[in-house]
Every structure is written in C-alpha cells, then in structure tokens.
Ligand binder design. Structure first.
Ligand code: ATP
Ligand code: MG
Ligand code: MG
Length: 555
C-alpha cells in the first residue's frame, strides 16, 4: 500500500470520522466574498476544501460571503464560479449566498437582544474604538451597554428599515469588555449600509459582520469543518460563542486555521489587485501578469498545474513565503508533458540557402511531442529562404558558440545541416541576410550517413514564404521586489517592474498554428511555453509566453 502522510487537517478529520463526530459526515465550504476575482491563494483554499470533499466522499459548498454591498458585484460572482469550475471542482447543489440567510440571521440577532446578549450602541466608531482598551488593559463599557432590551429592539428595527443614517448605530454582542481576547470585547454584529445589494436589492439597510454571519451560515448549511486562514485563529472563541447563542442541535461546525499562501514577488490582496485594475496598471483582472486564477489561465497555466502546485506546498500551521519559481516549475512540468513542439522565430533574420533550388519546397516530418508517443507528427514546409533567430548567428563567433557562424555548421531542426557562408548588411552595418549552403544528403530521419553526422548545434527556423506573422507577449514579474507588500512606509506600487511586458510584433511562426485557438498551448522550441491569447485573430495571431524553458531568474 502506498504510504501517504496526512496533513493536520486530514488527521483531524479522520479522527473525527473514527469518533463518529458529526455523525461520520464531512462537509466543507469555500466562502469567497464576491468583491474581486480569485487569486492563487484562493486556489489553495479551493484545493483544500473541495479536495477534502473528494477524498472523503463528502460535500463542499460554494458560498458567496456577500455581506458588504458597497464592494460586491454580480461580475465577481460569475467569475468566481467560472474559476472554481475551471480548476476542476464542483460544488454541492446550487451555490449558496450568505444573503440567503439574512432573515434568519436577523431573527437570531433579535433573539440575542431579547436574551440580553446583544445591544444597540449609538456611539460613533471612534468612540467605540477608544473604549476597546489594550491587550493588557480592560475596555470601558459603552453607556448603551445596559440599555433596556425594548430600546435596542426598537432601534434595531429602525436600523433595518432604513430610518437611520450610516454610522449612527451598530448592534454589538454583549460578551466581556475585560476579556483577554480583544475580539470578545463586545464585537459588532451589524452595521448600517444604505446601499442596494446585488442580490437583495434595497430590502436591507443593515448587514451582518463576518464574525457573526460566518459561523451561523456554516451551521445553517450543515458544515462540519470550517477551514480558514491563520489570522482567524484569534476569532475562534467568538465563532464558538456566537454558535452557542443560536445552537438548536444538529451538526456543530468547528473552525480550524491553516497557513495562507504567500508568494514571493506577488501581491495577494484583492484590494490591491483591484487598485492595479482600476489604475490601469494592468489591462484587467485577467491580465496575464496577475496572480488571479483568470490571469494564470490566460497566461497558459493549466488547472492541473495549479492543483499540483497546491499539493506540493501542502497545508501547514505556520505562515511562510513560497518562492514563485515553484509555481512556474509546476506549469513547466505539466506543459512539458502535454504541449506540442512547434517552431517560432521571435527575432527573425533572413537565412538564404544558396545551393537550394529556387522555387522548390518540401514538407518535412516533425515530431509533435517527444514526451508523448501518441502525439504523432506533422509536416513543416522548408524552402530556400528561411527565418532564424538573430541570436542564433554570430559573425565572429567565439569557439564555444555552438550556433551558426561563417564557416561553421549547425543542423536546422527536422531538416538539413547547413554551413554559414556570408552576410549582407545595411548601411548601418546591421545584418539583413545570412547566406549558407546545405548538405544535400543530411536530411533528418533519412538514414543516410550524412544525416547521422553530429554537428554541435541545432537551431529552429521557419520558411519565409509559409510563415505566419504573430505578436508575442513576453512577461516578466509584475514586481521586482520579493516582498512588494512587506516594506514599512512604502507603497507596493513603488516596486512595480517597468519591464513586466515586452511586446514582439514581428514574430514568425510555422503555418501549422493557423487554426490555433485561444488558450491553446504550445512549446516554441528552444524559446519556452506559449499560449494563444484571447486577442488572437485568424489574421493576426497573438501569443503569451507562459514560462521560459528554464528558470532564468535563479542564475
Ligand atoms: P483577500 O485578503 O485577498 O481579500 P480574503 O480572505 O478576504 O482575501 P475571501 O474571498 O474572503 O478573501 O476568501 C475566501 C476564502 O479563501 C477564505 O476562506 C480565505 O481564507 C481563503 N483565502 C484567501 N486568501 C488566501 C490565501 N492567500 N491563502 C489561502 N487561502 C486564502
Ligand atoms: Mg474575507
Ligand atoms: Mg478581503
């Protein structure tokens, strides 16, 4: 049997199953707030929650934690659904919304007021903050803390009906102003927001706070394990306290915390990602430089590579920073297995084969993917005039330059051995044409003695007459600092990499790509992994570089 080590959450769940806790049931949820697009950090939580459901033949809900209408939008709801499905997961039943529970949450809040467990506070946010105390010093009770239940009920009703201004009153839980845990010092349960909600319209003028809404929503959905990131560990007593106030039997969810994903060179706060979008620093949430799921998708990442990445980093209890190179490694590893190899020249210079007959063309056989024996072959056109990479030729080459130079031989991939003969230059001395001759007997795969001859280098090429024009977008890291978020007194935008995008507008690609469709991924031999962008058209192909063949940053 395969040895499998469990992470601490799996161990806990297996223990709970053994003990028959929750009646042997496992039910998780992924609860995004629809105030932005999902990012790679969310992917970690998705893989954890939906992954547990798959592992234990259990259910996982998708719940939109839509309790703040001023930041939320249907656009985000739609994008989140698409991203979760694209990652390869299915939620149980219909998507859930915290807003579906607003009536129940309100009824429970009223019950708590009646039980003396909540009160309306009419102080300002500043006054309330001032009374919080410090971790070592008890807070001060609000003058409204012991107001009559009837008064709280009446004002809470007015708050709900939109008869009160934003900020004029809040509902607070009545717990303990001296509690060592600051979150227990009469936390807010409801605030007034006089804005329409993307689902409930103008029905509500009060909206529940996360701490109050979250656990109760878990309870209403029969969630057994409410998994969240470490910063919520200090909220756990509050989660449990709120549950106690409304618990009427059935599954009692338990909250556990795991380390969030932090990536080097990456910003992972929705608020800041939104800023990049709104200030047109990127082209949108799905800009291929964004760490969003939609950006990674457009960049050419596969769901499998993201899931593998999440598996590799695992689930731990201590915050750390993962090297973004590990994410790049994961996609490189997967694309290496699945991508067809094609030839594309990003910085073209003309190569003329002097002894190749004018007007002749031949179609050479090229292997699609040496990593996949079922991938087959394709035909690539060859002719007298080709394009090669400018960097693959050097006029006065040092001895160790194993590409083309005058008097030296290289193999043209899938084709012939050629020898550099001469160059043509323009008035400024730039090479405009390279002339060579070819060994007529050296065709790849022909089995002749010449074809088996070893030459030091192999370069890629495309036939001038057959090549397609393409735009190629090369991406570099969006930030040139390892921790753009982590410097006191600086703004993360100070660390933007001004060279995060390089557009090559005159690339040449082989004609087999004529029908390539958006998201299709290929390896440009020797250049990296690329995928067709959504801006691509039949007349003008556009490619994004997903990742280079090797990690160029570690050098
Ligand atoms: P942000 O700070 O980016 O706005 P958030 O936690 O407020 O993130 P939510 O939409 O509330 O965003 O998150 C949904 C779920 O995803 C939560 O359970 C949260 O714990 C999890 N999550 C968010 N960011 C990360 C991360 N970096 N690593 C792991 N899980 C995350
Ligand atoms: Mg949140
Ligand atoms: Mg947030």
């Amino acid at each position: 049997e395969e040895y499998k080590s469990l992470n601490f959450i799996e161990s806990m769940i297996e223990e709970e199953i053994k003990e028959g806790k929750h009646g042997g049931v496992v039910h998780t949820r992924f609860p995004p707030e629809p105030n932005g697009y999902l990012h790679i950090g969310h992917a970690k939580s998705i893989c954890l929650n939906f992954g547990l459901a798959q592992q234990y033949q259990a259910k996982c809900n998708l719940r939109f934690d839509d309790t703040n209408p001023s930041k939320e939008d249907q656009e985000y709801v739609d994008a989140i659904k698409e991203d979760v499905q694209w990652l390869g997961f299915e939620w149980d039943g219909e998507p859930k919304y915290t807003s579906d529970y607003f009536d129940q949450l309100y009824a429970w809040a009223v019950k708590m007021i009646k039980n003396g467990k909540a009160y309306v506070d009419e102080q300002s946010a500043e006054e309330i903050a001032k009374q919080k105390g410090t971790p070592t010093e008890a807070g001060t009770a609000s003058p409204f803390r012991d107001r009559p239940v009837e008064e709280s009920l009446a004002i809470f009703e007015k708050m709900k009906n939109g008869e009160m201004a934003e900020g004029s009153a809040v509902l607070r839980a009545k717990i303990d102003m001296a509690n060592a845990n600051m979150h227990m010092r009469d936390p807010l349960m409801y605030r007034i927001i006089n804005k329409p909600h993307h689902r409930t319209g103008s029905k509500w003028h009060i909206y529940p706070m996360y701490d109050y809404a979250h656990g109760q929503s878990d309870y209403l959905e029969g969630i057994t394990n409410s998994l969240c990131t470490l910063e919520f560990e200090v909220h756990r007593p509050l989660y449990e306290w709120f549950l106690e106030q409304v618990y009427e039997g059935g599954i009692k969810p338990n909250q556990r915390e795991f380390a969030r994903l932090n990536l080097s060179y990456t910003i992972m706060s929705k608020r800041k990602l939104l800023q990049l979008v709104e200030e047109n620093i990127v082209t949108g949430w799905d800009d291929p430089r964004m760490p969003t799921v939609s950006g990674l998708r457009r960049r050419g990442y596969t769901p499998e590579s993201i899931r593998n990445f999440c598996k590799t980093i695992g689930i731990g209890k201590r915050d750390n920073v993962i090297d973004v190179a590990l994410l790049e490694f994961a996609v490189r590893q997967h694309l290496n297995k699945i991508d067809d190899r094609v030839m594309a020249v990003l910085n073209p210079v003309k190569l003329v084969i002097d002894n190749y007959p004018e007007g002749q063309e031949e179609w050479l056989t090229a292997e699609n993917n040496p990593e996949d024996e079922n991938s087959g072959t394709r035909q690539v056109p060859f002719s007298k005039v080709l394009y090669i990479e400018r960097e693959d030729f050097m006029e006065d080459a040092p001895r160790k330059f194993f590409r083309l130079s005058v008097g030296k031989e290289v193999r043209l991939k899938n084709a012939y051995i050629i020898k550099g003969e001469s160059v043509v230059k323009d008035a400024e001395g730039n090479i405009t044409e390279i002339h060579c001759t070819y060994d007529t007997d050296s065709k790849s795969g022909s089995g002749t003695e010449a074809s088996l001859r070893k030459v030091k280098g192999t370069i890629h090429w495309v036939s001038e007459a057959h090549a397609l024009d393409a735009e190629v977008r090369l991406y570099d890291r969006l930030f040139n600092d390892e921790a753009p978020d982590g410097h006191k007194g600086t703004d993360f935008k100070e660390f933007l990499n001004p060279n995060s995008l390089t557009v090559i507008s005159n690339a040449k690609v082989e004609p087999s790509l004529k029908t390539a469709k958006p998201l299709q991924s290929v390896q440009f031999q020797r250049m990296g992994y690329f995928c067709v962008d959504k801006d691509s058209t039949a007349d003008r192909l556009v490619f994004n570089r997903t990742v280079a063949l090797r990690d160029s940053w570690s050098k």
